[in-house]
Design a protein around this ligand. Structure first.
Ligand code: TMP
Length: 209
């Protein structure tokens, strides 16, 4: 393989992204792939510090533009130090959130114009885009109910339902525009049924390469 495979997982609160990440990693490893698991914001020392600012600054007001630029600052570091080297070595990069989250949260949620995000995406990423994105989709209320059982909410989790309705819609709009790359998984089903949907996509897209 001349270049590895870049797979991202996306979804709103309580969609089961983390549980499914383990399932996807194990599936890939069984198929013989070397898998690098990482996340955004995060994945590097700088990225994890930026994550801490973005998620855990309780009193700090961060303007939407600044929030977006911090996401991309972390991403730039992540791409240079983790993602591109792993792909160049033929590995599979499995990333918990990537730029679709910026379109959903900073674009949909915060209302930033998507043209701004497009411009920075092109500048920071060049031609790097995920090969496959699994979007774990669940109605906002059901997802928040699941996520609510996890304790102290972070800066995003404290947003209201309207915010998360916009996030969900922005994700679904992106999936509708790029159906080959972005596969919607109905995450409101049972874990077994969700895993069945994920397996079907992986068999088609990853085995098919
Ligand atoms: P999570 O990975 O634990 O879900 O937390 C990351 C949070 O950061 C989540 O609320 C979504 C948010 N986020 C953005 O707002 N924009 C982004 O570009 C990324 C990667 C994450």
């Amino acid at each position: 393989m001349s270049r590895g495979l870049f797979i991202t997982l996306e979804g709103g609160e309580g969609a089961g992204k983390s549980t499914n990440l383990v399932f996807v990693r194990q599936w890939l490893q069984r198929e013989g792939h070397e898998v690098v698991v990482t996340r955004e914001p995060g994945g590097t020392e700088l990225g994890e510090r930026v994550r801490d600012i973005l998620l855990h600054s309780k009193q700090l007001h961060i303007a939407p533009e600044s929030e977006m630029l911090l996401m991309f600052a972390a991403r730039s570091e992540h791409i240079a130090k983790v993602i591109r080297p792993a792909l160049a070595a033929g590995k599979v990069v499995l990333c918990d959130r990537f730029t679709d989250a910026t379109y959903a949260y900073q674009g949909g949620g915060r209302g930033l114009p998507s043209e701004r995000i497009v411009a920075i995406e092109n500048w920071v990423q060049g031609d790097l885009r995920p090969d496959l994105t699994l979007l774990f989709d669940i109605p906002v209320e059901a997802g928040r109910e699941r996520a609510g059982q996890r304790g102290e909410p972070d800066r995003f989790e404290r947003e209201d339902n309207e915010f998360f309705l916009r996030v969900r819609q922005a994700y679904l709009n992106r999936a509708a525009r790029e159906p080959a790359r972005m596969r919607v998984i109905d995450a409101s089903r049972s874990l077994e049924q969700v895993e069945r949907q994920v397996t079907a996509v992986l068999e088609e897209v990853v085995r098919g390469r």
